[in-house]
Design a binder for this molecule. Structure first.
Ligand code: ATP
Ligand code: MG
Length: 179
């Protein structure tokens, strides 16, 4: 089995839908790929710089950086310009790491919101993803993936909400399951 860039077909994966599991499925790929010593970068839109969940601690032990793109500012603020600026700054970082070719697998967690809320220009985002190196796998997560993103993607999975403990019973988020 080859893990060489020369023989690899880079895929664009999209995990979307209103059920839980989109980001955890992306983390599953991170763990699986780490086993082959792939170089992996995970960038989290929507998350703040203070975010430190189980995955951040575990990834650190694997030598993988999970980067919340919050920078101390708040996402989903009342000020759309502030949200847009944060998204653009995050996207510049993503573009830079695509150009630097440092990662075999790039995970863009909750990127769909930046498109849904109009913080990032969809055509521009899709052009960057389309023109990435042909060996680079990219995983995009978030609800409401747009038709154009779905069209561009190679693998799309929609998580469908059947039951959620908070919705059914008011059970709060559990460490190890949701954070
Ligand atoms: P996870 O990060 O657990 O894989 P996700 O990426 O699929 O979840 P998001 O849409 O990013 O889901 O939501 C983040 C959090 O919101 C998750 O911890 C999830 O359990 C929680 N959540 C999802 N659906 C509901 C719901 N109907 N009621 C309450 N909380 C929910
Ligand atoms: Mg998520």
């Amino acid at each position: 089995m080859s893990t060489d860039r020369a023989t690899r077909k880079g895929l664009l994966l999209v995990n979307t839908g209103n059920g839980k599991g989109k980001s955890t499925a992306a983390l599953g790929i991170l763990v699986r790929a780490a086993g082959y010593k792939f170089s992996i970068g995970m960038f989290q839109f929507i998350k703040s710089a203070e975010t430190r969940y189980g995955e951040h601690i575990a990834a650190e032990e694997l030598g993988i950086d999970i980067v919340p793109l919050g920078d101390g500012f708040t996402w989903l603020s009342d000020n759309i310009e502030a949200d847009r600026a944060l998204a653009e700054k995050g996207w510049q970082r993503v573009q830079a790491v695509i150009e630097s070719e440092q990662f075999d697998i790039l995970i863009l967690d909750e990127l769909t919101y930046c498109i849904t809320y109009g913080w990032l220009d969809e055509t521009m985002v899709l052009d960057v993803l389309r023109n990435r190196p042909p060996w680079m796998h990219v995983v995009v997560t978030g609800r409401n993936a747009s038709p154009a993103l779905i069209e561009l993607a190679d693998l799309v999975t929609e998580m469908h909400l059947v039951k959620h403990p908070y919705r059914e019973k008011g059970i709060p988020a559990q460490p190890g399951i949701e954070l």
